[in-house]
Design a protein around this ligand. Structure first.
Ligand SMILES: [Cu+2]
Length: 154
């Protein structure tokens, strides 16, 4: 075996050791996490959803019908996720809303944006209700459904 071939093998071995150790050992600038931990998604990730207040109108026999809706109105997350809803007031002067199962409520005004965050700590389907537009007689129902699936991702 020549000297240069030994150096080549030694260099490759050194590079492999460097790659393996840098992947598996905690790295100070990744807050003590390994490279694998840093770049694999944690179980409780933050999910951000933008919802806009939307108005639909139509006419039936000359009579105007209108309904307010959340858009989108269906959100699916996993148990343990941090959920951030960014609510954009587009149509409708004001929407007083609540998400009772997660003890959150607020008011959205036209042209304004507000945010609400919560931990999806229970499994099920939960209603984000606008109290100004709750029934067909009050131009609703303006309800979005947040479904929290069990934390096992498939
Ligand atoms: Cu509303």
């Amino acid at each position: 075996m020549t000297i240069s071939r030994q150096w080549l093998i030694l260099s490759i071995a050194f590079a492999l050791v460097l790659i393996v150790t840098s992947t598996l050992l905690p790295v100070p600038w990744f807050e003590g996490k390994t490279v694998l931990q840093q770049f694999s998604p944690p179980s409780g990730t933050t999910q951000t959803f933008h919802l806009i207040t939307t108005e639909y109108t139509t006419k039936v026999n000359g009579k105007k019908l209108e309904v307010y809706r959340w858009n989108p109105d269906t959100i699916i997350v996993h148990k343990g996720d941090q959920v951030k809803l960014v609510l954009h007031g587009i149509h409708g002067k004001e929407h007083q809303w609540s998400l009772q199962d997660f003890n959150r409520s607020g008011t959205i005004h036209k042209g304004k944006t507000s945010e609400v965050s919560f931990t999806a700590n229970k499994v099920g389907t939960f209603a984000l209700v606008c109290h100004n537009h709750q029934t067909p007689t009050s131009n609703g129902p303006m309800t979005a459904y947040i479904t929290v699936l069990d934390s096992v991702k498939k």
